[in-house]
Design a protein around this ligand. Structure first.
Ligand SMILES: NC(=O)c1ccc[n+]([C@@H]2O[C@H](COP(=O)([O-])OP(=O)(O)OC[C@H]3O[C@@H](n4cnc5c(N)ncnc54)[C@H](O)[C@@H]3O)[C@@H](O)[C@H]2O)c1
Length: 442
């Protein structure tokens, strides 16, 4: 297989507008974090674009620049935020409410910048998120009207904030489970379904459609179907717009996609994997509704099946009991606890157990992913890439891939894919780790 020619990447001139759908815990932690990093108050820990480096050439070349020095990504100083949310809270109130960041240290210091981000009325329909009851909405659930209003908002934001490029990120609540159906299969069917107010057209699809029509890259941080439907995937290619999703891979699934490949790499068997979570933020409250949890459950359950490949290895993985639970437990707020009990077996079938208890912080893990996705989606557009950006699978629980392909879930395969894409974009050699050159030359 030959590598296609590297693209020409346009420079990141001018300002980058970032529109978040949802101004809740993740979005407010992202916005506050960018402001704090810009001022030198905190470090962008967890962000590959800000802290990571990339090896180029041979190991002996000792060339490992920072990613942000290697590829022309936008600087944090050039980012301007905007948002939609059915709650009228500005980013200052949203960050305070979310309870993720320490007020005195991390909110008050940047209060002016946070006050500046006031949510536009949302394209919101309670049918898709029953647990949210708020009034800063477009006051219509007519789908055509919502679509048109989102497009107007994008263009007004462009003009008001004088931004040169825009990226849209879904950081809003997880919508109810929707299976791909006839309305999603072609643009004509999708258009007709909008006019018919078909219930399989969720608000998130209208945001994504509006983004693509306006030439705005779209990244989906939640497990909703949203942009992962033929009609929008095809349109994104036609309009030369990068799209990616679904569902930030932050806590338990991040761990699953590291431990799972380890078991498979060593041919260790698995009989059961029980995952449970307690969390008490608004996301947890939304996911307490069975219809919304179903969307998240599908996203979380998929990974093991693909990593372990029970069809090829029935003796090792043919009878795995995999269970995922999320329990809403208000006292914990955003500080989620995720337990994993893993029943594995080794040589001659002898059983063993592995227990993991991750006392994590949901939005602290998600914010750097959101930042990277925004910056890389913008980079992809300037590199002329369009449609599904599979190289961003690294960030997602349920990565979008071309029809007929299975997704790569192994975190380190995803990392290699991401790094090789950056090398390819910049005309550098791919790194295959074959390494014969170090020995053949001797
Ligand atoms: N570690 C993580 O935090 C993590 C990991 C993976 C996925 N996610 C997903 O990211 C999303 C955001 O998480 P969060 O903790 O910030 O949740 P949150 O509840 O704090 O914020 C979501 C916001 O979206 C708003 N919203 C709902 N529907 C909307 C619509 N149609 N338009 C505009 N705004 C809308 C809500 O009012 C709310 O303020 C959730 O879907 C969550 O499942 C989070």
């Amino acid at each position: 297989m030959t590598t296609p020619p590297s693209p020409t990447v346009a420079p990141a001139n001018g300002r980058l507008g970032v529109l978040t759908v949802g101004l809740g815990a993740v979005a407010s932690t992202l916005i506050a974090g960018v402001e704090l990093v810009k001022r030198g108050v905190s470090l962008p820990v967890g962000s590959l674009t800000q802290m990571g480096n990339i090896r180029l050439g041979k190991r002996t070349d000792k060339r490992s620049p920072l990613i942000k020095d290697f590829v022309p990504i936008a600087t944090l100083d050039d980012i301007v935020f905007g948002a939609w949310d059915p709650f009228p809270d500005d980013a200052y109130v949203a960050a305070t409410r979310a309870g993720v960041l320490e007020g005195g240290k991390h909110i008050e210091a940047i209060s002016e910048a946070l006050r500046d981000v006031r949510p536009m009325p949302a394209a919101f329909d309670r049918e898709y998120v029953k647990r949210i009851d708020a009034d800063n909405t477009m006051h219509t659930i007519n789908k055509r009207d919502m679509l048109n209003a989102i497009r107007v908002d994008i263009n007004r934001f462009r003009e008001d904030k004088q931004v040169d490029r825009v990226v849209m990120l879904w950081a809003a609540s997880t919508e109810i489970f929707i299976e791909p159906g006839p309305a999603h299969m072609s643009l004509d069917a999708f258009e007709a379904a909008i006019d018919a107010n078909d219930h399989t057209i969720a608000p998130s699809m209208l945001y994504a459609y509006a983004a693509i029509l306006e030439g705005v890259p779209f990244a989906n941080g939640a497990p909703n179907l949203t942009v992962d439907i033929p009609a929008l995937r095809d349109l994104a290619v036609e309009k030369k717009v990068p799209i990616s999703g679904k569902d930030f891979k932050t806590g338990q699934t991040l761990i699953k996609t590291v431990i799972g490949p380890m078991l498979r790499a060593r041919m260790l068997g698995l009989s059961g994997w029980y995952s449970t979570n307690i969390l008490g933020n608004r996301d947890g409250e939304v996911l307490d509704d069975p219809d919304n949890f179903k969307t998240k459950e599908e996203s979380k359950l998929g990974v093991l099946e693909h990593i372990l490949d029970p069809v090829t290895f029935p003796d090792l993985y043919g009878d795995v009991y995999h269970k995922v639970r999320i329990n809403y437990y208000p006292p914990r707020g955003d500080n989620k606890e995720g337990w994993d009990n893993i029943d594995l077996f080794g040589w001659l079938g002898y059983p063993m157990q592995l227990k993991i208890d991750f006392l994590c912080r949901d939005s602290i893990l998600a914010a750097p992913l959101a930042l990277d996705l925004v910056l890389f989606s913008d980079l992809a557009q300037r590199a002329g890439l369009s449609g599904i950006q599979e190289w961003l699978s690294f960030y997602y629980k349920a990565p979008m891939v071309a029809p007929g392909l299975h997704a790569e879930h192994d975190l380190f395969v995803q990392q290699s894919k991401l790094e090789n894409t950056l090398r390819w974009m910049m005309g550098e050699d791919q790194i295959t780790h074959l390494g014969r050159e170090y020995y053949d030359e001797i």
